[in-house]
Design a protein around this ligand. Sequence first.
Ligand SMILES: C[S@@+](CC[C@H](N)C(=O)[O-])C[C@H]1O[C@@H](n2cnc3c(N)ncnc32)[C@H](O)[C@@H]1O
Length: 198
Amino acid sequence: MLHKPFSPACERNRDAILAVLREHFADRRRVLEIGSGTGQHAVHFAAALPQLVWQTSDVPDNLSGIRLWLGEARQPNTPPPLSFDINGAPPEGEFDAVFSANTLHIMGWSEVQRLFALLPGLMRPGALLTIYGPFNYGGAFTSASNAAFDASLRAAQPQRGIRDFEAVDALADGAGLSLVDDRAMPANNRCVTWRRSA
Ligand SMILES: C[S@@+](CC[C@H](N)C(=O)[O-])C[C@H]1O[C@@H](n2cnc3c(N)ncnc32)[C@H](O)[C@@H]1O
C-alpha cells in the first residue's frame, strides 16, 4: 500500500513562502512547480490562491505521492502532476509563473544550468520565476547552520550543495530573466523572484 509522503519542512516554511506568493502571484494564472516533492506546497498554495492553476511536476518516482496529496485535497485548480525530470523533455505549454522550492541544492550544477536553459521555453514573456531555498552570497555561507547543511549534502552526494546567488542570477540573466525581489526567509533561506522580459 502507498503511504502518503510527509515533509515536516513544508509545514514549517509554507506560510512564509505563501506570503511572498500572495504578493508576486496575485495576477498570475498558470503556475508550473518544478520538483514538487510530496505535493504539500501545491495543496497549500492552490487552496490559498484559487485564481491559480497550480501544475505540479517531479521525477517519476515522486508522482504517486503527489497524486495522493492532490487526490485527498480534491481542489479544482491542481491538475494531475506532470512527469518532468530536468534531464529529460520539458512539459508542453507556457506558464506565467514557475515556482521551485529546495531543489537547486539537490540538483547537480549541470542540472541547475539545464533548468535555466529550459525556462525560456516554459515561461511566456513577462512570466515570473520564484525560487525558495538557501543561497550563498559573495562566496560565503550566510550562517553556520547553512555551512553544516552544505557539508552534509556534499557528503551524501558530491554534486549537491548550496548554490551561489550570483551564479544562479547569472544563469537567470542568460535566460532573459531580471531580478525582481530577493527576500530573506526564516531559517536562513531566501525567496528569489525574477521576471522574463515582456
Ligand atoms: C528537497 S526536495 C524538495 C521538494 C519540495 N519542493 C519541497 O520543498 O519540499 C528536492 C526535489 O527536487 C527534485 N529533483 C531533484 N532532481 C531533479 C531533476 N533532475 N528533475 C526534476 N526534479 C528534481 C526531487 O525529486 C525532489 O522533489
